[in-house]
Design a protein around this ligand. Structure first.
Ligand code: HEC
Length: 130
């Protein structure tokens, strides 16, 4: 009876350890995949030319007409973002599924969300000159 009880104890221990391990794994995986997704998104953003209208950091283009608005670091909700790429409102060219898959759009989305907030104007010396 005593042996059996000890067995039960180790079983409970093993179960709780493996439950903890399992609970931790997805977090690690998620961090790694978010990072690689943002890297892939950066390459796409630059190679497919979003930067030409929206700036390299999504800060928005200069000049009227085709210049795109600021799109980062405050990024639209993911579904709206996807929808706009598929069916832009006006001057922006549409990006169909043959050009960008949903998962590539998710990569670009992860990249834009990974961008740091811009420095306040007072910390940019050039902007302090008159
Ligand atoms: C030729 C210029 C151009 C290119 C290239 C371009 N955009 Fe745009 N984008 C615009 C313009 C202009 C708008 C404003 C809406 C419109 O006119 O369609 C816009 C709007 C957006 C918006 C909505 C912003 C808001 O807050 O309403 C997002 C998000 C966006 N673009 C992302 C992208 C991404 C990602 C790419 C690359 C895959 C890209 N754009 C490529 C010009 C461009």
């Amino acid at each position: 009876m005593l042996t059996r009880h000890r067995h039960l104890c180790s079983l409970v221990l093993i179960l709780s350890v493996s439950a903890t391990l399992r609970a931790e794994q997805p977090n690690h995986a998620e961090t790694a995949s978010t990072a690689s997704s943002a890297d892939a998104g950066k390459r796409l953003f630059n190679s497919i030319g979003c930067w030409a209208c929206h700036g390299f950091n999504g800060q928005g283009g200069i000049g009227g007409g085709m210049a795109g608005p600021q799109i980062a670091p405050d990024v639209l909700p993911r579904d709206t973002f996807l929808h706009i790429l598929r069916r832009p409102l006006d001057h922006m060219p549409p990006y169909g599924e043959k050009v960008l898959t949903d998962s590539q759009i998710d990569d670009i989305y992860a990249y834009l969300r990974s961008l740091p907030a811009p420095l306040p104007a007072k910390d940019i010396p050039l902007l302090m000159k008159h």
